[in-house]
Design a protein around this ligand. Structure first.
Ligand code: F6P
Length: 328
């Protein structure tokens, strides 16, 4: 029988995402509701290795639900990839008598958590915190909605200039290996074309064709959204390739970058973060080990970490057709 869980730790790791604070708050308060001692680990796995661990009481997580970033801070730890690093991290947990962990982050965080959980037989539960939305076993990751809203606002502003100057803007949004942010931003801003890693075949040619046709029918300006992980090229490369084919087109490039990682989380992110943080604690207490919490069809679910980081999460085919059809 597994050990009774009395003390849990929570950390955020990898890229920060709006809503991570709301998730930490939920873990601390749900844990406290169940009379658990909750500890916060600073700077992700790096802080775990260095023993940067503190008790968190419900009042310590007041006034953070609306804040972007993560008050626990975060890091991408290379030391945790080594057995020596994980051994030091385990020593820190033992020093604080910690029985289980909630790890909030993306693929890298889950991979580290899975290896550590198996190596030291400690229950780990993942909470999906990444703007990329590229985690299986959940419809939404924490931060994705906020990032898309920010990208959408940026593109709306760029549209003003595009229209005023009759220019074509190539706007690059984040998404290391995935096109979720790009596709949603494209649909939400009515962009002409979107280039994402999930659909590369003929994407450059189709973009050139689209822009040639637009010019023929005297369309004054265009917005093209490019996912940063697009293998054919980022916004700058695509703009250059297209400009060679259509020299008459006045092209400009805008990279939204880290702007879309910051800022106050949206209503959706605050609520899903609260639900998933709570769900993580409930899951641990009900014996869920080495799984990730998620929301599928608005229901809390638990998916083995192996599956959550397994296959690439597919983007919606319906959204892909929609982006194309509505841009006619
Ligand atoms: O994973 C989230 C993300 O924002 C990606 O979209 C992006 O490629 C990456 O993090 C950037 O990471 P960093 O802030 O470490 O440069």
């Amino acid at each position: 029988m597994s050990k009774e869980i009395k003390r849990i730790a929570v950390l955020t790791s990898g890229g920060d995402a709006p809503g991570m604070n709301a998730a930490i708050r939920a873990v601390v308060r749900a844990g406290s509701y169940h009379d658990l001692h909750v500890y916060g680990i600073s700077r992700g796995y790096e802080g775990m290795i260095n023993g940067d661990i503190q008790r968190l009481e419900p009042r310590n997580v007041g006034n953070i639900i609306h804040r972007g970033g993560t008050f626990l801070k975060t890091a991408r730890s290379t030391a945790f990839r080594t057995p020596e690093g994980r051994k030091s991290a385990h020593d820190s947990l033992v020093a604080h008598d910690i029985d289980a962990m909630v790890v909030i982050g993306g693929n890298g965080t889950y991979t580290g958590g899975k290896i550590f959980g198996e190596e030291y037989d400690i229950p780990i539960i993942g909470v999906p915190g990444t703007i990329d939305n590229d985690i299986c076993g959940t419809d939404w990751t924490i931060g994705y909605d906020s990032a898309v809203n920010t990208a959408m606002e940026c593109v709306d502003r760029i549209r003003d200039t595009a229209e005023s100057h009759s220019r074509t803007f190539f706007v690059e949004v984040m998404g290391r290996h995935s096109g979720f942010i790009a596709l949603s931003t494209a649909v939400a801003t009515g962009a002409g074309r979107v280039l994402i890693p999930e659909s590369t075949e003929g994407s450059l040619e189709k973009t050139i064709d689209f822009l040639k046709k637009s010019m023929k029918r005297k369309k004054q300006f265009s917005l093209i959204i490019v996912a940063e992980g697009n293998p054919v090229g980022g916004a700058a490369e695509i703009a250059e390739l297209v400009s060679t084919e259509i020299p008459a087109m006045e092209a400009r490039v805008a990279v939204i970058g880290h702007l879309q990682r910051g800022g106050s989380p949206t209503r959706i992110d605050r609520i899903i973060a609260s639900r998933m943080g709570y769900g993580a604690v409930e899951g641990l207490l009900k014996g869920q080990h080495n799984v990730a919490v998620g929301l599928v069809n608005d229901q809390l679910t638990y998916t083995p970490l192996t599956e959550a980081i397994g296959d690439a999460k597919p983007v919606s085919k319906e959204m892909m057709s929609l982006a194309e059809i509505l841009a006619l």
